[in-house]
Design a protein around this ligand. Structure first.
Ligand SMILES: N[C@@H](CCC(=O)N[C@@H](CS)C(=O)NCC(=O)O)C(=O)O
Length: 207
């Protein structure tokens, strides 16, 4: 039994952590859940994540939820994988900014556009401001490349890269050249390829 266990539904937001685990390169176990069958709302899983959501990651006796928190944790916990910018390094602040920008700006901007509110909220009330600004900021950040932090691929690319990849796949994020270039670089990563192949196999099992 590995020290790390991912509670995973295939494919879903836990696919982000599946990719991260492949990047980290440590052994891990998978506990597969079917969202269709409501496994995530059964008492034994609610004891792991009372939100009834995947992903959840167990590391020893610690349970971590929220995809971006899990990726931040894994990057710091296994620094030999060089997926973090450590505390004290000059880029740490910007690195953390991107880790938070995914769940607090890109995701809600995309979801609000796909399922608009009955009454539009004022820009000032929305943490992400507006969809176009979020897209412009993200596009500018990935334009130069190869990665958000320059030459070093980090956990922030797993988060923002997943947002952009899934967003484009579901036609919720525009196919701008900055994004297609970035996602092509991601698609060439062996860890991303391994995670995708695993997910395809798992999705067929749990369908
Ligand atoms: N804020 C959470 C969101 C997780 C989330 O919404 N997961 C979805 C799968 S994509 C889920 O578990 N849905 C099942 C449900 O809500 O019933 C994160 O970023 O990890």
């Amino acid at each position: 039994m590995a020290d790390l266990t991912l509670y995973h539904a295939s494919p879903s937001r836990s696919s982000v952590v599946l990719w991260m685990l492949e990047e980290v390169g440590q052994p891990y176990d998978l506990k597969l859940l079917s969202l269709k069958q409501g496994d995530n709302l059964k008492p034994d899983y609610l004891a792991i994540n009372p939100m009834g959501k995947v992903p959840a990651l167990k590391h020893g006796d610690t349970v971590i939820t929220e995809a971006a928190a899990i990726c931040t944790y894994l990057a710091d916990e296994f620094p030999q994988a060089k997926l973090n910018i450590p505390i004290g390094a000059p880029g740490r602040g910007v690195y953390l900014k991107w880790l938070f920008f995914g769940p607090s700006c890109i995701e809600p901007a995309v979801i609000d556009r796909a399922a608009p509110r009955k009454e539009a909220a004022r820009r000032g009330m929305l943490g992400y401001g507006d969809f176009d600004t979020v897209m412009n900021v993200a596009a500018q950040a990935v334009a130069k490349g190869p990665w958000l932090m320059g030459e070093q691929f980090t956990a922030a690319d797993v988060i923002i890269g997943s947002n952009i990849r899934f967003g484009m796949m579901f036609k919720m994020i525009p196919e701008r050249k900055e994004f297609t270039g970035y996602t092509a670089r991601i698609a060439a990563r062996p860890a991303a390829q391994r995670a995708e192949a695993k997910d395809r196999e798992l999705a067929a099992k749990t369908a």
